[in-house]
Design a binder for this molecule. Structure first.
Ligand code: PLP
Length: 388
């Protein structure tokens, strides 16, 4: 199957048909499974053969989603969880122990920041931050007890980028696990494992569902690492429900066409914003003005669906822009068919101090747009009237 193209795998990799020969894979709502006999039960529990035991471990729908995501991203296998945060927690909790240190990109998803700063320190796990656009901070940031490097690229909402191949080489040299939150790019735009990362994580809640309906998390990597993830997840219970797995697996069938359009629309929006006199700065990976444009071109297929810009006039101008939008939704979510505008300084990043916000590139006038799949003329028209 993996010889085939992305779109074909996303559509044609399916769980085995049942006796009803359905064309579209059905939803398996069952918490547990029957054994043929006592010997079958013993062998399954002893992991001497493959098969379903209990839906906290595996279910035909979650197995299909794992197999498909692994094939799409070039991973040996994977694991799925109820949310993106459960995927991040499960991964870090599996590979870290008391006394270990995590080196992480500074601008990480808000709840990831909370895990690193408030949850893991309770168990004696420390962290430090490095900036994506300053490679020397990564080289210098590695300590003797650093066990995991955690990175989000492109970052949210600053759209900074780091060279993943370079970072993977650095991690390998120091025998550190490189974990990439690949949520913004999806496997269609960026494949961290092929660039040398050990683990790739997705919040499937964003582009993989793509329609704002469900939560989900996905962890991808080698069979050896996933065995350890499984060991932790089977017993701690962050399982994804069969319904969500069924929904997400269907969503993957359209991921490529959706991402193509998200990216096409977003590039047009970014280019338009760059030409506006009351826009101070536009951040988008595939704009030539992006400081890491060359790296973006090297490791991403397209620029993604998120455009961040800074409006002249600070918080007042930003609020004015948001209030004038007629079609865009004001929401903290992203990766939806509907275009969304967010003002990070007063929402997702309001708990940071002004200095911390500046460190992750958020100004009072910063606005993050998640460009949806409405007609691009209508998206541009709405932005244009709100800017004027
Ligand atoms: C949303 C998000 C998460 C968390 O995912 P949930 O599914 O909401 O738990 C993690 N990382 C990034 C980059 C995200 O955007």
């Amino acid at each position: 199957m993996s010889e085939e193209n992305f779109e074909t795998i996303a559509i044609r990799l399916q769980a085995e048909r049942s006796q009803y020969k359905e064309h579209s894979v059905p939803l398996y709502l069952t918490s547990s499974y029957k054994f043929d006999d006592a010997e079958d039960m013993r062998a399954l529990f002893a992991a001497e053969k493959e098969g379903n035991v209990y839906s906290r471990y595996a279910n035909p729908n979650t197995s299909e989603l794992i197999e498909k995501m692994a094939a799409l991203e070039g991973a040996e296998t994977g694991w799925v969880t109820a949310t993106g945060m459960a995927a991040i927690f499960t991964t870090l909790a599996t590979f870290l122990q008391n006394g270990d240190h995590v080196l992480s990109s500074r601008s990480v998803f808000g709840s990831t920041h909370q895990l690193l700063t408030a949850v893991f320190p309770k168990w004696g796990i420390t962290y430090s931050y490095a900036d994506l656009d300053k490679p020397e901070q990564w080289t210098e940031g590695i300590k003797e007890n650093t066990k995991v490097i955690f990175v989000e690229t492109p970052s949210n909402p600053g759209i900074d980028i780091i060279d993943l191949q370079w970072l993977a080489d650095l991690a390998k040299e120091h025998k550190i696990l490189l974990v990439v939150d690949n949520c913004f790019a999806t496997p269609y735009l960026q494949q961290p494992l092929k660039l040398g990362a050990d683990i790739s994580i997705h919040s499937a809640t964003k582009y993989i569902d793509g329609q704002g309906r469900t939560l989900g998390g996905i962890i991808l990597g080698s069979a050896e690492l996933m065995k350890q993830i499984e060991g932790f997840a089977r017993h701690s219970g962050p399982a994804m429900s069969p319904f969500n797995a069924w929904l997400l697996s269907k969503s993957l069938e359209t991921l490529a066409v959706r991402m193509d359009r998200h990216c096409e629309n977003a590039l047009k929006v970014a280019t338009f914003l760059e030409s506006q006199s009351n826009v101070k700065k536009v951040m988008y990976p595939f704009l030539q003005s992006h400081p890491q444009y060359e790296i973006a071109r090297k490791q991403m297929k397209q620029g993604g669906g998120i455009v961040t810009f800074v409006i002249e006039g600070g918080v007042q101008a930003a609020a004015g822009f948001m209030d004038k939008l007629k079609m865009f939704s004001i929401s903290a979510n992203l990766g939806d068919t509907r275009s969304i505008a967010t003002h990070p300084a007063t929402s997702t990043h309001s708990k940071l101090t002004e200095a911390q916000r500046q460190e992750v590139g958020i100004e009072q006038g910063t606005i993050r747009l998640s460009i949806g799949l409405e007609h691009v003329d209508d998206i541009l028209k709405d932005i244009q009237q709100a800017l004027s």
